[in-house]
Design a protein around this ligand. Sequence first.
Ligand SMILES: [Zn+2]
Length: 288
Amino acid sequence: MRSSQKRVIKIFLLCILFIIIMNQHTFLITKIFINNITKSEIDYEAYREMKISSDIIDCNNELYDNSNPYFNDIGYITFNMLVNDYDLINKKNKSIKLFVKSLPALTNNEKFIELYNFNKAVFLDLKCFPILKPDYDNINYYYENSWYAHRSYGGDRLHEGTDIFDSDDIKGNIPVVSITDGVVENIGWLEKGGYRIGIRTHSGGYFYYAHLYSYSPNLQKGDMVIAGQLLGFMGNSGYGPEATIDMFPVHLHMGIYVDNNGEMSVNPYYILKALENQSIKNISYMIY
Ligand SMILES: [Zn+2]
């Protein structure tokens, strides 16, 4: 055998060895992930902070193929939450390959399925920021992460939402649109929320818009709304009996809830950040 042939065979064998080692490596890592997921309880508090990165909002739950009902974007987010301590901002997403290898074990895992269903309710129907881009030129707004900030009206409590403020503090100035398709489940006064609207989505999420100045004309309980549709105008209603205003600056309080044997809030802040940067797909119109 000529030496060049020997060299080719050597390289070939080395490649085979490399592939075997890599596969073994993936297999071991997958085993460790599954082990960790199976052993630990769901950390609901960490989950509810909803530390997701902007690109995640692109998910539309398309199946990557038909081999497994969880083999989709929501499944991939759920897997990364479980293996990255619910932090998808500071920790790098695992490879799709690892997700695929882990999936057969995850499909029988109660924790994975529970979180998957929460994530479906949160993410699947999201389409746009509650203030539409064409309006940005005429208005100024700001918001920050105020999840679990202290609140005292009605007793000591923690803030379970995100406040988007009108920088000019003008009631009725900023139009608020639905960020999802859904059905108007609640519309009317709440002592803490003022004039509020609650939208229930097809996937079971509840999206809550509070402290409005006014409602979109003719909007009623039971009405279907689509993402981008006007719900009302930003105000500062609430903190008292019906029609109380001016107790705080003009802002929209946005809340997102999923069903966990009762309502469980999640932090809308990173979701809003992601939606704000997203060019709106399928919404080339506004219904005001
Ligand atoms: Zn608030």
